[in-house]
Design a protein around this ligand. Structure first.
Ligand SMILES: [Zn+2]
Length: 118
């Protein structure tokens, strides 16, 4: 297993609004993210929806409902955006492109841990 795959197992505390953009350390601004997603998100708060060309806020897991903005591909390895927010977030965080993330999800599917039921 490569070092990058090992770190995927350890979640990081990420700031939804980055400290560099006046985000707080309050729990309402914190979320657990895997290092891959957190690395791609970096200090981004917006992304571009390729379908409309619109710049929109990234999905906020504290205030928005995942299933309203995303769904899983039939094989369970890709996250698909169904709104401008969803599509921009998938693109900005490389949610359906990163080869390591796709491979790990395929193992989760094989192990029966994925898809989540809710
Ligand atoms: Zn992730």
């Amino acid at each position: 297993m490569s070092p990058q795959r090992l770190v995927m197992a350890r979640l990081e505390i990420e700031h939804i609004i980055p400290i560099s953009k006046n985000g707080s350390n309050d729990e309402s601004n914190l979320w657990l993210a895997c290092p891959l997603c957190n690395g791609y998100k970096c200090d981004k708060t917006t992304g571009v929806d390729a379908e409309t060309g619109e710049t929109v806020k990234l999905f906020n897991p504290r205030t928005q409902v995942w299933s309203e903005h995303f769904y899983w591909s039939d094989d369970g390895v890709r996250i698909v955006g169904k709104t401008a927010t969803g599509r921009a977030t998938v693109a900005a965080l490389h949610l359906s492109e990163d080869a390591d993330a796709l491979e790990v999800r395929s193992y989760w599917v094989l192990a029966g841990w994925h898809l989540p039921e809710d």
